[in-house]
Design a protein around this ligand. Structure first.
Ligand SMILES: [Zn+2]
Ligand SMILES: [Zn+2]
Length: 332
């Protein structure tokens, strides 16, 4: 468990069953206890590993006084409830994330119905609809719902006495995602907003913003001018070269937009149809054989690109009955 700089530790929390393998939790020293950034998900292996790694540092759960989750995806937030049972910690998150606790992890039937409407409108065939609708249900088992004591808006500075963490609201990957910028050490806790290798999933769904990719790109530009020496992401490894990484992510989305445009060169298509025609990094697994979870991610990511392209005036929908098809604006 490396000490990144004196007073900031990285904990590698295993998240079994997830292709990412690990969640990076960070511990920040404070005058009145430790502040934890992201937790791992609620599974015994994750909890025990976290406990062992803390023990190796001579820290117990009782020494954690604040937990900030960058967003409420299960791998970041799932263990927060259990840690709070063993500690005096207050939980902090962006105010836009709070409602999702109820709608995703407590009463999720309404959300599933709303996703069904979106999938139908965007061309998911009836035969596939239930499978895609229920594809995110397995994460429920990895979360112990707990509510935040303190809500963040972005712009505030959280001081531990040793470190000052500026909260930067970075919607896109999730509506209330936040990054934390430590001004003196010039360290950025980037959550899932920026990872060194994988491009974060940006999806349009029932609880995303109206144009999540547009928001995401604006949020990338919001942090690209920060003087950052080191980026501490929530997955993969610590890295330098924030500006170059942002540029690579922007290029990735530009080329995906081009790939989408190519599929509708000759005729309008639904988002589902487009998703099956653009190249994905699926290790050679054909579209028909993709898991429901991967297919769902492909459709919602395609939609995120289409909605951003719609805002840019590149595409628009033509609606027949209840199904929307996308066409190029320049095609006419
Ligand atoms: Zn996430
Ligand atoms: Zn994550």
């Amino acid at each position: 468990m490396p000490e990144i700089v004196p007073g900031i530790h990285q904990l590698r929390v295993p998240i079994p069953d997830n292709p990412l393998g690990f969640l990076n939790s960070y511990l920040v020293r404070g005058r009145d206890g430790w502040l934890m950034v992201d937790t791992g998900w609620n599974e015994e292996a994750s909890f025990q590993s976290l406990k062992d790694q803390l023990g190796g540092l001579g820290i117990g759960f009782g020494d954690i006084t604040r937990i900030i989750v960058t967003h409420i995806h299960a791998d970041h937030y799932g263990l927060a409830g259990r840690i709070k049972e063993h500690s005096p910690a207050n939980l902090l998150m962006h105010e836009a994330e709070r409602p999702f606790i109820q709608s995703r992890y407590v009463n999720y039937e309404g959300l599933m119905a709303r996703m069904g409407v979106i999938f139908h409108r965007h061309g998911v065939p009836d035969s596939e609809l239930p499978r895609l609708q229920g594809a995110s249900l397995p994460v429920l088992g990895f979360v112990e719902p707990t509510w935040p004591e303190i809500l963040l808006k972005g712009g505030e500075t959280i001081s531990t006495g040793f470190f000052d963490l500026q909260v930067i609201w970075t919607p896109g990957h999730s509506s209330g995602h936040v990054c934390l910028y430590e001004t003196k050490a010039r360290i950025l806790f980037s959550g899932d907003h920026i990872l060194p290798v994988i491009t974060p999933n940006i999806s349009y769904h029932a609880e995303s913003t109206a144009n999540p990719l547009g928001d995401y790109v604006r949020a990338l530009h919001r942090i690209e001018s920060l003087p950052v020496d080191l980026v501490l992401p929530a997955h993969e490894q610590v890295f330098t070269g924030l500006k170059e990484r942002i540029k690579a992510i922007l290029d990735h989305h530009a080329s995906r937009k081009q790939a989408i445009l190519d599929t509708i060169r000759d005729e309008p298509r639904t988002a589902y149809d487009i998703s099956g025609r653009i190249p994905w990094e699926t290790m050679g697994v054909p579209w028909e054989k993709l898991s429901a979870f991967t297919k769902r991610a492909a459709v919602t990511e395609t939609l995120a690109h289409l909605l951003d392209m719609e805002e840019e005036g590149m595409v628009r929908t033509v609606q027949a009955n209840t199904v929307a098809r996308w066409e190029r604006v320049s095609a006419r």
